[in-house]
Design a protein around this ligand. Structure first.
Ligand SMILES: O=C(O)CCC(=O)C(=O)O
Length: 278
């Protein structure tokens, strides 16, 4: 798509989703949308992103951690995947920023009315970290079950995201199967809450390289993950804004679940979900 065609889709708070985009989202469980943010808008996002990583914006406890090990409170330059949970909580000025506005517009066009922001997250894979792997999983395996599970997880590329630096990969159509069994990556969820599932014979993951300013949007059921960062110098930074149905978010909050890794009981198994965030 040309730069012109991309910018034609952006108008203030909204971004136009086509019928083809909507059909792809429902068929595959995810869709790629180009040029959701302009280069100038990306520069503004990037400036705040860097402040988080320089430690200029305080993030409490486990909400700043290494996604691969769960380690926190140590030197982040040693982390394979730097994970900041709930940046909008720690930097309220970000609430209502242009990415949030366009993510809301996109979620409504893909999923219908009654969607609201559930959580946000920053994920940065450090260069040369082959261990910066995000294991295969379905987001629903982490979450409580509700009647209205509509989800639009908007994943913004802050750097060009390539196969080398660990772009997202999806198993198209897997959201139509029941959620697969998942197990804790490190065997013990008190060490690290990451959940993974095993691939099955015939599963062919589709890598989705995207450019800075593009997004992928995925639902709660599509199986996905990403490989390590083999690039010598390139970070793979992402900014995620996840929307779910208002009824689901209300139910989560009623149960005290905010997606903070500091939530009480955040790593405890429950009857209907594991209550954590990928
Ligand atoms: O950034 C990644 O590689 C994985 C992110 C992810 O699993 C998600 O946003 O649901």
């Amino acid at each position: 798509m040309s730069d012109r065609a991309q910018s034609d889709r952006r108008t203030g708070a909204s971004y136009t989703v086509t019928d083809d985009d909507r059909a792809a989202f429902h068929r595959d469980g995810y869709v790629l949308l180009r040029g959701v943010l302009s280069p100038a808008e990306m520069d503004e996002i990037d400036a705040v992103y860097q402040r988080f990583f320089r430690g200029e914006i305080a993030v409490v406890g486990k909400d700043f951690n290494d996604m691969t090990t769960g380690e926190h409170g140590t030197d982040p330059s040693a982390y394979a995947i730097v994970n900041v949970m709930l940046p909008r909580r720690y930097f309220p000025e970000w609430q209502g920023n242009v990415f949030e506005q366009r993510a809301c517009s996109i979620a409504e066009q893909l999923c219908g009315e009654g969607m609201t922001i559930d959580f946000d997250q920053l994920l940065a894979k450090s260069p040369g970290r082959t261990d910066a792997v995000f294991g295969w999983h379905q987001d629903q395996a982490y979450w409580i079950d509700t009647d209205d599970r509509r989800t639009a997880t908007c994943w913004l590329a802050v750097d060009d995201s390539t196969l080398d630096n660990g772009c997202m990969q999806f198993l198209p159509g897997s959201h139509r199967e029941p959620v697969r069994p998942h197990h804790p990556l490190h065997g013990d969820r008190s060490a690290s809450h990451t959940l993974v599932t095993d691939l099955r014979e015939g599963d062919v993951l589709r890598p989705v390289p995207i450019s800075r300013g593009d997004i992928t949007v995925h639902n709660e059921g599509v199986l996905h993950g990403s490989g390590g960062n083999t690039s010598a110098s390139s970070y793979r930074r992402a900014y995620i804004v996840a929307l779910r149905s208002t009824s689901t978010v209300t139910e989560e909050r009623r149960r005290g679940f905010t997606h903070s890794h500091n939530d009480a009981g955040e790593v405890l198994d429950s009857v209907d979900g594991l209550h954590a965030s990928p």
